[in-house]
Design a protein around this ligand. Structure first.
Ligand SMILES: NC(=O)c1ncn([C@@H]2O[C@H](COP(=O)(O)O)[C@@H](O)[C@H]2O)c1NC=O
Length: 530
């Protein structure tokens, strides 16, 4: 039978619904006994499944087993418990319609006014590394069926999927019943809950059961199902007139899951910059520090220690580093904290902080300290919203080994120069295009970022480097379309350059490098970052 076309005249108004009979079936038993006790106190009859009923009964509260209502034992290892007309007719009867009321009576079933369900812990089971057989058993079927039925029938039934809502529900029950607005809010939450649950099941199926690699499943799936709960409201967005919030992925391993150990509340811009800092600092194997302003590095350095790396990164551009966001790819030591503390900084991100470092940094009341989750990892795929949709791509994780670079001008770099070129090449890909990064001794000394032509990025980099440009090495995130940008670097005294190559004017560019006796390597791959 197709879904009927409703006739508005058939519907009797219904707002307040007194709760007489409640169906409770929960995996997470948090607050269950208190809820059951309070409902019984209000004269509510409880119907419940297996271990939920047992928990309620053990606490001394009267409860009817669902098998008594259905006349069927819970069967097939619990796969069939509540999937029965005696339950679902009681959930779906729309008592605003006289014919539903009559039919329910004829069938000998009673309605439920309150349903409390939370589902088998599917996500938690996957996260525990359980075998597929065990995971599949944790796909809840009867639970979502009850949740969706009750949510559809919210004009008559209040559906509760979150133990955090028990208090509000009890307030309503005690006050004489739930009202329609409240039930509608609960229904919206319930549908979001089952949607997120099914999205997690679908993602698992694609990744594990269908046999896609986790990279394929995570990066470019056939269908994106993103359901994420709001983690926090932020004070405002990029500007004070924009509302903003943080939505951390369940099970995510990045900035969104970091623990704040001190300082003011994180802002939208703090999160954006902290993420850019994370990306920049964690792209290096050695101890590294990146200092970010407006999503761009104004200093990146590697060093023997985090303290040394910070000092070198800061020296790159102390003017811009004022009010910056810092990421360190190692635990922050007291020594590093003492290097950071005198400089006005918005956020410090790190995998951890030594107690001595916390003592130093927590003394700065406004400085936000973010400790990454233990399993922190860079993103594997990136999403970017455009009008009418979004783009997805794999993250830029490929890095051409210096051994594969092609020397096209000058002498082969000695070990130290090659190390600087490799550092500059890596560091450059954390800089917004067009990116030119000058480096010396494992530290950036001049960064030209985000310009709409490469010559301007070169000018910016050498201007920022000043005298330090002489004898430095340079990396360019994409090829030089003309020799002009390269000439700016040569004139400033840059002695070695790494760039992808591939321009139609490569010959002209290489000739300029050769004429100046500058070492030039081509990597054969570019690292645009917009
Ligand atoms: N099969 C069913 O008919 C069924 N009905 C309810 N459940 C789930 O069983 C759980 C509660 O079971 P118990 O009360 O036995 O702990 C809940 O998470 C509920 O969502 C079911 N389980 C799975 O589908």
């Amino acid at each position: 039978m197709a879904a009927p076309t409703p006739n508005a005249a058939d519907y009797r108004p219904r707002d307040a619904v007194a709760v007489r009979r409640a169906l409770i079936s929960v995996s997470d038993k948090t607050g269950l006994v208190e809820l059951a006790g309070a409902l019984v106190e209000q004269g509510v009859e409880l119907v419940s499944t297996g271990s939920t009923a047992a928990t309620i009964a053990e606490a001394g509260h009267p409860v009817t087993e669902v098998s008594e209502v259905t006349g069927f034992p819970e069967s097939l290892d619990g796969r069939v418990k509540t999937l029965h007309p005696a339950v679902h007719a009681g959930l779906l009867a729309d008592l605003r319609l006289e014919r539903h009321e009559q039919q329910l009576t004829e069938l000998g079933f009673a309605p439920f006014e309150l349903v409390v369900v939370n589902l088998y812990p599917f996500v938690e089971t996957v996260a525990s590394g359980a075998e597929p057989l065990a995971v599949i058993e944790q796909i809840d079927i009867g639970g979502p069926a009850m949740v969706r039925a009750s949510a559809k029938n919210h004009p008559n039934v209040a559906i509760v999927v979150d133990p955090d809502d028990y208090g509000t529900v009890l307030d309503a029950v005690r006050a004489g019943g739930t009202d329609l607005a409240f039930r509608t809010r609960l229904a919206a939450k319930a549908f979001a809950h089952t949607a997120a649950y099914d999205a997690a099941v679908a993602a698992y199926m694609s990744a594990v059961v269908v046999g896609e690699t986790p990279e394929q499943a995570a990066a470019l799936p056939e269908r994106f199902q993103i359901t994420v709960n709001k983690g926090a409201d932020l004070r405002y967005g990029e500007n004070s007139h924009q509302m903003a919030a943080l939505y951390p992925y369940a099970g995510g391993t990045g900035i969104a899951q970091a623990t704040q150990l001190g300082g003011k509340e994180m802002s939208y811009n703090n999160y954006v910059d902290a993420d850019a800092a994370f990306r920049a600092a964690f792209d290096h194997d050695e101890p590294a520090v990146a200092i970010i302003k407006h999503a761009n590095p104004c200093g990146i350095a590697v060093g023997e220690t985090i303290a040394a790396a910070h000092a070198a990164a800061h020296a790159c551009d102390p003017v811009s580093a004022f009010g910056g966001v810092i990421a360190a790819n190692r635990v922050v030591t007291r020594e590093a904290a003492e290097s950071i503390a005198p400089i006005f900084t918005e956020v410090v991100v790190a995998p951890g902080f030594e107690p001595g470092a916390l003592e130093v940094l927590q003394a700065k009341k406004n400085l936000r300290l973010l400790e990454l989750p233990e399993s922190y990892a860079p993103v594997r795929s990136e999403l970017r919203q455009i009008s009418g949709g979004f783009l997805a791509q794999q993250a830029d994780t490929h890095f051409a080994d210096p051994a594969s670079w092609q020397l096209v001008s000058g002498e082969a770099a000695d070990e130290a120069t090659l190390a600087d070129l490799a550092f500059a090449w890596r560091a450059c890909r954390a800089v917004k295009s067009n990116a030119i990064l000058l480096a010396s001794g494992g530290a950036s000394v001049g960064v030209g970022m985000g310009q709409v032509n490469r010559v301007d990025s070169c000018h910016l980099a050498v201007t920022r480097a000043g005298e330090r440009a002489r004898g430095s090495v340079a990396a360019s995130d994409a090829f030089f379309p003309f020799a002009d940008g390269l000439q700016v670097l040569i004139d400033a005294g840059v002695r070695a350059v790494v760039q992808p190559g591939g321009s139609v004017r490569d010959e002209e560019v290489i000739a300029a490098a050769q004429a100046a006796g500058v070492t030039m390597y081509l990597t054969g791959e570019r690292h645009f970052f917009h």
